[in-house]
Design a protein around this ligand. Structure first.
Ligand code: ZN
Length: 183
């Protein structure tokens, strides 16, 4: 856990060491018994987490400012292929002796434990709801309107195969129209 525990002694030196950069495995972050997860998107063990912070001693305790980033994994909601994405978030949080729920994090006597802050920051940054791959045009270009059309086709009993076959053609026609408009 050393990557996530910052000794306060660093800040109490005549020339404080205010920078704290760490790379560690996502398995150090747990949400209950499992990995960090929002819906079908999770940060699995083996993914690396990067923390780049500047720590400042203030009257109330210690303020951590910086950037936290990691990769997440999920499944495309349309074709179910695996999707990987990057979650990067900025933080500015206070660690104090008597932390206030949802406001600040605990300041221990000799260290601060970054784990709760890093966990909260990543959970807030994970995509909520639908994720799509960009491997096929059907997945990356499908607009909400278009998905409505396919729903009608499905309801009217049209062949399910019509959807993936038509999508590239529609994209092609759309591009041609755009070219025409430019000239
Ligand atoms: Zn897909």
């Amino acid at each position: 856990m050393s990557e996530l525990r910052v000794p306060l002694e660093r800040l109490q030196r005549p020339e404080p060491l205010r920078n704290w950069t760490a790379d560690f495995d996502a398995s150090l972050l747990r949400d209950g018994d499992g990995p960090l997860q929002v819906g079908d998107v999770s940060v699995k063990a083996g993914n690396s987490v990067r923390v780049e912070l500047i720590l400042d001693q203030v009257r109330e305790g210690v303020v951590a400012t910086g950037v936290i980033s990691t990769t997440w994994n999920g499944d495309c909601s349309r074709c179910l292929r695996p999707v990987e994405g990057m979650a990067t978030t900025e933080v500015e949080e206070l660690f104090e002796e008597h932390p206030r729920e949802g406001e600040s994090y605990p300041l221990h006597q000799e260290f601060i434990d970054l784990e709760p802050m890093v966990r909260d920051a990543i959970l807030l940054e994970l995509p909520v709801g639908v994720v799509r791959c960009v491997l096929t045009e059907e997945c990356s270009d499908m607009s909400p309107e278009y998905s409505g059309d396919t729903q009608e086709e499905a309801d009217s009993g049209a062949s399910p195969a019509a959807d993936p076959r038509w999508a590239p053609l529609q994209a092609l026609v759309f591009e041609e129209e755009e070219d025409h408009r430019d000239t």
